[in-house]
Design a protein around this ligand. Structure first.
Ligand code: PDD
Length: 288
């Protein structure tokens, strides 16, 4: 496949794609983004991602330069042109390019860019190695429901996690309430019930989180959309994180303490299987 970019209507090879040095995304982090997984040449839950892009844009008062239908058409065209089978689409919308000013520029058109890059196919369940997580204070702002390109607190926490040999940092706010990971949502099985933070302003309502909740409900697994705290996390029966690129990812230890039962536990394993079935149902039919 070819890694291709689309910038405000123009296609190019990703290595040659350029935006202005005065783009407000670059200078000020004045933008929002999406990451969409492509399985078998088909974007997974594209409509849900585009709805969230629309919500994020609205929240920071940027008008999408195209209708959602046109963005969708462009995404499908991009995937087709690149001959992508397994990959992801990165999409970023900024307030455009203008002389640097904290104020919104009056007559500047927003800028929409997207590109597609190759990824490995989703591994078989037995090939997924459960990993460690650490906990860190959530130092982000109070509008985490917006998928903003301002990711510095996420990056700093993720870097600390990597340096501690962990795949993810699980973030907590006052009272030890666990919100989410730096780039994922987090679930735990506490006293036999699956729990995750409700979709408030304190977390990003992950598309994968939504799919996993649907599966939990389809399978009648006991579930509460209720936050858990650090103590409950420490004694949880199972923990996993979810995201577009990490899918359903089992956690075996938190802050260097192994969980009660070996990961992936029975609930996580069931969800990993059902998640793969969702991919098959959505992306493996109508093969191009
Ligand atoms: N991250 N929470 C945060 C803070 C995230 O950045 C992400 C996704 C998620 C999971 O959302 P979804 O299931 O829609 O991917 C939760 C993307 C993948 C990223 O920044 O690369």
């Amino acid at each position: 496949m070819q890694n291709i970019a689309w910038i405000d209507g123009i296609y190019s090879d990703l290595s040659e794609a350029k935006v202005s040095i005065e783009d407000r995304g670059y200078l000020l982090g004045d933008g929002v983004y999406e990451v969409i997984r492509v399985y078998n040449g088909q974007p997974f839950y594209l409509d849900a991602h585009l709805q969230r892009l629309h919500r994020s844009a609205e929240a920071i008062r940027i008008n999408l330069p195209l209708s959602i239908e046109q963005v969708k058409k462009t995404v499908l065209e991009l995937v087709e042109k690149s001959s992508c089978s397994e990959g992801y689409i990165y999409m970023q919308l900024t307030r455009g390019s203008a002389s640097r000013d904290h104020l919104f520029p009056a007559d500047t058109a927003p800028s929409l860019v997207m590109y597609v890059r190759e990824l490995k196919p989703i591994p078989e369940i037995d090939a997924v190695k459960p990993q460690m997580a650490i906990t860190l204070p959530d130092e982000r702002w109070l509008n985490c429901y917006i998928k903003s390109t301002n990711l510095l607190p996420n990056l700093l926490a993720r870097q600390k996690a990597a340096e501690a040999g962990a795949v993810e940092a699980l973030l907590y706010r006052q009272g030890g309430i666990v919100t989410e990971g730096t780039r994922s949502n987090v679930f735990a099985v506490v006293d036999g019930k699956v729990r995750t933070h409700p979709a408030t302003n304190l977390i990003l309502a992950g598309i994968t989180r939504g799919i996993v909740i649907d599966i939990i409900q389809e399978l009648s697994i006991p579930f509460l959309e209720k936050p858990f705290n650090l103590q409950e996390l420490e004694t949880a029966e199972e923990v996993w994180v979810t995201s577009t690129t990490m899918e359903v990812n089992p956690i075996k230890a938190v802050d260097n303490k192994l969980l009660k039962s070996p990961a992936p536990g029975p609930v996580c394993k069931q969800l990993m299987e059902a998640f793969r079935n969702k991919i098959a149902a959505n992306c493996l039919e109508d093969v191009k």
